[in-house]
Design a protein around this ligand. Structure first.
Ligand code: F6R
Length: 608
């Protein structure tokens, strides 16, 4: 969703802002703009469409000189994507400019109040209200103005604010919306996400909600809403610039698919020590687990699909009941929670609005919250009681791949750790699982080595209008992810079904030539899913199966088989998902789709 950047330093601000916005393009946007202070005047350039339009308009920033500025990519919420609705927004006098990520819930009341005071509006956005409010509150002291602003705005926001009276600096603040400060040498920056800072610095400061930050080239100062100054907390990020570059690959998504063996290695190997599992920042004891009556796993999208795998895995290893919920449903369904509830929230970004709200709801009712997160210092990471990081590195493509795979292995590690603490798994089995986990990166490498075969079949099958994915148990959980991957980037309609459920209705959609992916890798139920495969085949389906290497039975009923190595049953999803990611990628590539930024989608969904 929207992206914010800001710069104060010795370089020309506009080109830095444009480069920073490029790194935020992955979040999804429909217009872009920048504002730079020159002398005591604010210059603005903004345009609907891709960043290139803005680059052309400003001659790559040359037409907007100055050393302090803010920039924005907008993902429309209030008002269509248009030049006038694009950010930054100026106050009536032109003395203040604002960029905003999030939603101002009380903007209508504020707008009416301001209109009565004589302010006029030119856009349909909620953000323009903020620009006018800054002007309305300003009595010569910007810090005071920002405090006033925080007291009246309701909703979620991160803001960058320029004042023509203070040409050497700009202001920023966050509440329930991501914002990171980059601490450089003779230059300081802000951005919605770390990749856009990496060309300048690897030292960052994650802001707390409602902290106001003043950014000048030589200094960053942070204040609370009482106006008291707070220390600047610096965190070193060990991602380098190349982590957020395509590195010769055509798409980030393909790069990220191919990076999975390394990401899995990084996520798993430091946690397997001396035949046991060592989890960092994890304070759950045997007593706590023995006292746990229920586990909720709550997440959105692909992270939710990891949760579905998690339910099977955790129930199998711990025998504690597990419920999986979509975060946007969980928060409004009055879930039954008490002090004996453990809540596991899963999020790549750590900033998904619905997941944050569900987590807060759970905490407020007494649940202990354990978070599985990829982005260091994100809201979910900061607010959870325990955090397990996925060490996937920055994920830029909108469609997740390496974050999903690393989330899967963290769930596996967690399930095994719980089993170890509770004594619910025989020692030899636990040891076998640890060994199998350690082997996963190499096995994923083997599946990736077979990519040309998948590419070939994608080139044969890319023109289908509808594709079904079926599986049972863990294969069903992976079917959901395979189906989502395909539909989100290739725009082919697709559904995932539990193999046994198909004949209760959906089988009526199967006709001659319908493409059905049968996932048949979960060994305890291969016979059962084979029968379901036969059922659809008898009705004319064209059958592509994902099966473990050497499975002759599935080969006999399938038109095409993608083989994956065998591992222990609970770990199999980590291998089964790989051909599905590759298939989705190659189909989208055949169709010429915008793979890294699919239409209508945003990487980090920071509004409800
Ligand atoms: C799909 C995808 C999304 C995210 C979902 C949750 O490929 O990436 O479905 O999984 O928006 O995002 P996070 O994990 O950041 O909370």
């Amino acid at each position: 969703m929207c992206g914010i950047v800001g710069y104060a330093g010795s370089l020309e601000a506009a080109p830095v802002l444009l480069k920073g916005l490029e790194k935020l393009e992955y979040r999804g946007y429909d217009s872009a703009g920048i504002a730079v202070i020159q002398g005591d005047k604010i210059d603005i350039a903004k345009a609907a469409g891709k960043l290139q339009v803005l680059k052309d308009l400003t001659a790559n920033g040359e037409k907007v000189p100055g050393h302090v500025g803010i920039g924005h990519t907008r993902w429309a919420t209030h008002g269509e994507p248009s030049d006038v609705n694009a950010h930054p927004h100026l106050s009536n006098s032109g003395r203040f400019a604002v960029v905003h990520n999030g939603i101002i819930e009380n903007y209508q009341q504020l707008k009416e109040m301001l209109q009565k005071k004589g302010f006029s509006f030119i856009s349909q956005t909620d953000t323009e209200v903020i620009a006018q409010l800054v002007e309305y509150f300003y009595q010569g002291d910007m810090l005071d103005t920002m405090i006033h602003l925080l007291n009246v705005l309701e909703g979620s926001y991160s803001l960058g604010v320029l004042s023509a009276d203070e040409p050497e600096r700009f202001y920023a603040v966050r509440k329930d919306s991501p914002l990171v400060v980059g601490l450089g040498q003779g230059e300081n920056l802000i951005a919605s996400d770390v990749p856009s800072l990496l060309a300048h610095t690897q030292e960052v400061c994650y802001l707390e909600d409602r902290e106001i930050v003043i950014i000048a080239s030589d200094r960053v100062r942070i204040f609370d809403t009482n106006g008291d100054e707070k220390p600047v907390r610096s965190t070193h990020i060990d991602w380098d610039v190349s982590a957020a570059e395509k590195g010769g690959y055509e798409h980030f998504m393909f790069k990220e698919i191919m990076e999975q063996p390394q990401s899995l290695q990084k996520t798993v190997s430091p946690r397997l020590k001396d035949g046991g599992i060592v989890l960092d920042d994890f304070h759950i004891t045997r007593e706590m687990l023995q006292n746990t009556s229920k586990i909720y796993i709550v997440a959105c999208g692909s992270s939710y699909h990891v949760g579905v795998v998690g339910k099977y895995v955790l129930e199998s290893t711990t025998r504690i009941p597990v419920e999986v919920d979509i975060a946007s449903e969980f928060r409004y369904r009055q879930p039954i929670i008490d002090e004996r509830t453990l809540m596991i929230v899963i999020s790549q970004s750590g900033e998904t609005a619905d997941t944050i709200a569900a987590m807060r709801e759970g905490k407020a009712q007494g649940a202990r919250v354990l978070a599985i997160v990829n982005v260091l210092g994100s809201t979910i990471a900061r607010e959870a009681d325990d955090v397990l990081y996925t060490w996937a590195g920055p994920e830029i493509a909108v469609a997740t791949t390496k974050a999903y795979s690393t989330q899967l292995v963290v769930i596996d590690l967690l399930a095994l750790k719980f089993a170890e603490l509770l004594g619910t798994m025989p020692e030899e089995e636990l040891a076998a699982y640890c060994e199998a986990l350690a082997n996963l990166p190499a096995q994923v490498e083997d599946v990736l080595a077979d990519k040309e075969k998948i590419q070939y079949w994608a080139s044969q099958l890319y023109n289908k209008h509808s594709i079904f994915f079926i599986g049972r148990n863990l294969d069903y959980a992976v079917a959901m992810e395979g189906s989502l991957k395909l539909k989100e980037i290739s725009y082919i309609h697709s559904e995932a079904y539990a193999g046994g459920e198909l004949k209760h209705g959906t089988i009526s959609l199967i006709e001659q030539g319908t493409l059905v992916f049968t996932l048949a890798t979960y060994q305890p139920l291969v016979e059962k899913i084979k029968s379901n495969a036969e059922e659809v085949r008898a009705r004319g389906a064209y059958l592509v199966s994902v099966a473990v290497a050497g499975d002759k039975q599935m080969a006999a009923v399938s038109d095409v088989v993608f083989s994956v190595p065998k591992t222990l049953p609970l770990l199999q999803p980590s291998l089964t998902v790989i051909p599905l990611q590759l298939f989705a990628y190659y189909v989208a590539s055949q169709k010429g789709c915008s793979i890294d930024q699919p239409k209508n989608l945003a990487k980090s969904v920071t509004v409800e």
